[in-house]
Design a protein. Structure first.
Length: 212
C-alpha cells in the first residue's frame, strides 16, 4: 500500500474519522480493504483516485449505525459528500456511490467498476484466515458459543443473538460471498479464501468431536 498514492483524503485524515469505530470494523479493516482494492482495481483497470478515496471513507458511518440504527453505507455516502465538498462534483458522486453500494446487505447495486471493486474488497475481508478471525472477534463481542455442529447449524438457519455462532455465520453468509463478487479478480481471490474457511470449520468440528 502506497500511503502517498492519489486520494481526495489522506490516510491520516481518514484515520481520525474512525476513532470511535473498533473491533472487526476498525481502521485496520479499512486499510486491509484499501490494500485489496488497490490490487483488484489495478488488475481490473479502475479509477484509482475514486477507488482509494471511497475505500478510506467506506465505513465512516459505522458509529452512527451502532448508535442510531441508520444504514452505515447510506450515512457514509452523505457524509463523504460533505467532507469532499469543493472537489469536482463528478468525483465526489463517484466516491459517494461506491460507499453507498458497498454493503452486502443493501439494495444499492454497484453501477461503476470502482463501486464493484470496493464491494468485492469489503467482502474479501470477511473471508479466509482474516474472515475466521473476524467471525470470532464478533462472536466474542456477542458472548456467543464458539461452535455448533455443522449439520445442526445448517438446519437452524441464521440464528440470532448469542445463538449465532461463527459456524452459523460461515454457513449462512460467508460461504455465499463468492457468488456475489463482481470482478474476475475478486472471484478468484474469494474462491481461494473460501476453501481455507471450509477446511478450518471442518477441522474445528473434528477437534471438537475428539476425532483429531
Amino acid at each position: 500500500m502506497n500511503e502517498n498514492a492519489p486520494s481526495l483524503i489522506s490516510i491520516e485524515e481518514a484515520r481520525a474519522l474512525y476513532l470511535e469505530a473498533g473491533g472487526a470494523h476498525g481502521f485496520s479493516h479499512v486499510l486491509r480493504v484499501l490494500r485489496l482494492a488497490e490490487y483488484i482495481g489495478q488488475a481490473e483497470g479502475a479509477d484509482m483516485l475514486v477507488l482509494r478515496t471511497a475505500c478510506l471513507l467506506h465505513d465512516i458511518g459505522r458509529p452512527a449505525e451502532a448508535s442510531t440504527g441508520v444504514c452505515h453505507a447510506q450515512w457514509g455516502a452523505e457524509r463523504a459528500r460533505q467532507l469532499l465538498a469543493g472537489h469536482p462534483p463528478e468525483l465526489v458522486e463517484a466516491v459517494a456511490h461506491a460507499i453507498a453500494a458497498h454493503r452486502f446487505r443493501n439494495n444499492v447495486e454497484p453501477r461503476t467498476l470502482e463501486a464493484q471493486v470496493l464491494s468485492d474488497a469489503d467482502k474479501l475481508d470477511a473471508l479466509g484466515a482474516i474472515g475466521v478471525a473476524r467471525a470470532y472477534a464478533m462472536a466474542g463481542e456477542r458472548g456467543s458459543e464458539l461452535w455448533r455442529p455443522l449439520d445442526a447449524a445448517s438446519r437452524e438457519g441464521d440464528a440470532g443473538g448469542k445463538g449465532h455462532t461463527p459456524v452459523h455465520e460461515f454457513l449462512h453468509k460467508l460461504s455465499h460471498l463468492p457468488e456475489h463478487m463482481y470482478t474476475a479478480t475478486g472471484r478468484r481471490m474469494a474462491e481461494h479464501r473460501l476453501r481455507f474457511m471450509q477446511t478450518f470449520f471442518e477441522e474445528l468440528e473434528a477437534e471438537m468431536l475428539g476425532a483429531r
